[in-house]
Design a protein around this ligand. Structure first.
Ligand SMILES: [Zn+2]
Length: 398
């Protein structure tokens, strides 16, 4: 088995990001992307430099099959992948699309095997390894990932046994799935400990697959768990634009890429394309980007309270730990009922208004506070209108 993982443990500088907006993201209730939108999303993911684009599960519908095939044949730098049950028919359809990556999943927990599939672990492992060997025999360059579903809540010895057999059969990647967002950093459900233990067990068997991690966000800990896994030696992290996915979704792509770039010094992605991607995905998923969403939310780089605005106008780093320029976003200032005269003066300066005397500035601030008390903020364009109204002694009608 080729040694794909660079280091036994610790942060891996060969980290790959797998985007699953088109597969997991489409499992968000009510979300469906038309084929031309899927192609536009995939094109942006390729421009961002995403390592693996999980384009869909071709067996689900003929539309998904057609979209996966079109994306796989674009010749992107990103590796294009398909999802597949542990069935030869799913593998055949995925291979027919021309994908370079195949994600095969099958559960290994005793309870699910007996309740749902009416089979024991040995026959489950045989089904998994037969399908992996078959896929590899059809295309030896195909990257194969095996995921024991709900990995972290399955019996650990079952996971080790199935993962070892999968790697022996030709799987290149073992994915640890926190399917229900169950893990909590720093507790006995720590992803760091889980990944460390799994790597250790596989090392003992002289097996060195890449370890991937798929974290759901049920407790709001998906990104924290993914980074925990990364620190322990996982080198593929799944994410989706807006964190879309089943229930509360998975790791948010923009947050993951920003943290890996800024805080882990992995400079491989074009972050300036993220805003365009999020606008596209939000528009066509019908899921709005929350205003206070980190990185991509409308307010993520907007200063509001008077003391913040004043200090940030002198040096933005007083109230920012991320520079919006790396995302191609502007730093903005909003005025509302919290604003003071210093932030108003700063804003007036930004719109080139230097002719107001103190009394008029006071009148403008009163209008701004009045708008703010109605639950709105005043941006620079609206401030211009307020100034004009005050100058001409008109009542400002917001
Ligand atoms: Zn998932």
């Amino acid at each position: 088995m080729k040694r794909l993982r660079k280091k036994k443990t610790g942060v891996n500088d060969l980290v790959w990001v797998l985007d699953s907006t088109l597969r997991e993201g489409e499992q968000t209730p009510g979300v469906y992307f038309d084929k031309h939108i899927k192609l536009a999303i995939a094109a942006l993911l390729d421009e961002i430099g995403i390592d693996i684009i999980e384009a869909g599960h071709p067996m689900v519908t003929t539309e998904i099959h057609a979209a996966v095939k079109s994306i796989a044949q674009k010749g992107y730098k990103s590796i294009v992948g398909a999802h597949s049950r542990s069935l030869q028919s799913d593998v055949d359809l995925a291979l027919e699309c021309g994908v370079g990556f195949l994600g095969i999943f099958y559960c290994v927990s005793d309870e699910r095997l007996s309740d749902v599939f009416k089979k024991d672990l040995d026959s489950a492992i045989k089904q998994i390894t037969d399908v992996i060997s078959y896929a590899k025999s059809k295309n030896k360059n195909l990257l194969i990932r095996y995921t024991p579903e709900d990995t972290v809540r399955s019996q650990f010895e079952n996971v080790v046994q199935a993962a070892s057999a999968a790697v022996d059969a030709g799987a290149d990647i073992i994915s640890v799935a926190d399917t229900t967002g169950y893990m909590v950093p720093g507790t006995d459900r720590s992803m760091y400990n889980y990944i460390s233990r799994l790597i250790e067990e596989l090392d003992k068997r002289n097996l060195h697959p890449r370890i991937a991690v798929h974290c759901h966000n049920d407790r709001g800990l998906a990104l924290a768990n993914a980074l925990d896994a990364y620190r322990a030696g996982a080198s593929i992290i799944d994410a989706a634009a807006l964190g879309l996915g089943e229930r509360a979704g998975i790791v948010d792509l923009a947050q993951l890429l920003t943290v890996l770039t800024i805080d882990y010094s992995v400079n491989r992605w074009n972050l300036s394309k993220l805003v365009g991607l999020y606008d596209l995905v939000s528009k066509h998923s019908g899921i709005p980007i929350p205003a206070n969403f980190p990185i991509t939310g409308k307010n993520a780089f907007t200063h509001c309270a008077g003391v913040h605005t004043h200090a940030a106008s002198i040096n933005p780093m007083h109230y920012e730990s991320l520079n919006p320029e790396i995302l191609g976003r502007p730093r903005t200032f909003a005025l509302d009922h919290m604003s003071g005269i210093a932030s108003l003066r700063y804003a007036l300066n930004l719109i080139g208004e230097n002719s107001l005397d103190d009394a008029h500035q006071h009148d403008v601030l009163c209008e701004v506070k009045s708008v703010g008390q109605r639950g709105r903020t005043v941006d620079l364009a609206e401030l211009t209108h307020i100034v004009e109204a005050v100058k001409h002694h008109k009542t400002y009608n917001s």
